[in-house]
Design a protein around this ligand. Structure first.
Ligand SMILES: [Zn+2]
Ligand SMILES: [Zn+2]
Length: 336
């Protein structure tokens, strides 16, 4: 079968490998499409892979084989699946740190998302697989995993109707964060150095956008009566902005660190953090619960995220990586 393999230097190529075999509690799916995620890009760009790997974890496909003991899935079912499954019982899971669980890190799609056929284990079927019904576009369902990562982050934040959130970085994650703030009745001020992304974000629901931080204070002061923003969500941006961003916040506000920020952080004003009760809240990846909530949001609320996808053939994978790195497209969809 056809697969896209990425080596330790970050170079990707199409290869021919054998189709995985399934056990009695497993299913095999034929991939329709797999989204290219920012975390895939990070592994490619920074050369983080130790061995040739088939990346990809935002998958939609049809069930084409099922094990003898599988009852919940039938041949032909259209499903969306995510890659990591926590054990639910270890020290980390019991504390809600599911993405730090050893089982979570170990479990994966076999052999990965960017290939023609994928074996789904029983754990995947039980916890990270969802059936897509006819009334629901599969391209929209493909956002289940990335939206779940954002949604899990929101479970850690307090956002009330009317709250003002600053979102740094208006790529696909920034757009999903915008949608989640808006559905809670909050206001979004988006920042991105790219003029086009700023204007696009307005069409996705952001209230105001700005290309540089020079006039940001004015934008924040207006809707908050100079109190400061309730929260800042970093989906991208230089790490050096972190300390300065503490001055955009109201007392008791939060910084949601939702990305690997590039460059040096520089000194952080811990006195401001402490005396003004500012929290730095991080969230990494999704859990089965957030996947379920995300799937339901996508199914029942018209977020219209699918227009962010740009389709590519498997042999155009390197072009897809380049286009996403150069921010020519929000999200590449590799179609099989
Ligand atoms: Zn992802
Ligand atoms: Zn665990």
């Amino acid at each position: 079968m056809l697969a896209i393999q990425t080596d330790a230097t970050g170079k990707s190529m199409t290869v021919n490998i054998s189709k995985p075999h399934i056990g009695p509690d497993e299913v095999l799916i034929k991939t329709i499409g797999c989204g290219l995620c920012g975390t895939d890009l990070l592994k490619i760009n920074l050369g983080l892979l130790r061995q040739p790997t088939i990346l990809g974890h935002e998958v939609v496909g049809h069930v084409v084989e099922k094990g003898a003991r599988v009852v919940d899935y039938q041949l032909g079912d259209l499903i969306v699946v995510a890659h990591h499954v926590p054990c639910g019982t270890c020290h980390y899971c019991l504390h809600g740190n599911h993405s730090m669980c050893a089982t979570f890190k170990k479990t994966n799609l076999d052999p990965g998302g960017f290939c023609e056929f994928i074996r789904l284990s029983q754990q995947h079927l039980d916890h990270t697989t969802f059936k897509i019904t006819d009334d629901f576009a599969w391209q929209e369902a493909l956002f289940t995993e990335p939206l779940a990562c954002c949604e899990r982050s929101f479970q850690k934040l307090t956002i009330l109707p009317g709250d003002v959130l600053v979102i740094v970085g208006l790529g696909s994650i920034g757009i999903m964060m915008t949608k989640l703030v808006k559905r809670l009745g909050g206001k979004v001020i988006g920042i991105d150095t790219d003029t086009h992304r700023c204007s696009q974000a307005l069409s996705y629901g952001a209230d105001k956008t700005i290309e540089s931080i020079d006039k940001l204070h004015t934008l924040i002061n207006e809707p908050t009566q100079s109190r400061g923003a309730d929260g800042i969500i970093f989906t991208a941006g230089p790490a050096g902005l972190l300390n300065e961003s503490l001055l955009w916040l109201r007392d008791g506000g939060f910084v949601n660190l939702f990305s690997h920020l590039s460059g040096e952080v520089g000194p952080i004003d811990t006195s401001r953090l402490y005396h003004h009760e500012i929290q730095i809240i991080t969230s990494y990846s999704a859990t089965p619960e957030s996947l379920k909530r995300s799937f339901d949001i996508l199914k029942h609320e018209a977020l219209n995220l699918k227009q962010m996808f740009e389709p590519y053939r498997p042999d155009q994978f390197e072009q897809a990586v380049k286009d996403m790195n150069e921010r020519k497209v929000y999200k590449a969809l590799i179609e099989f």
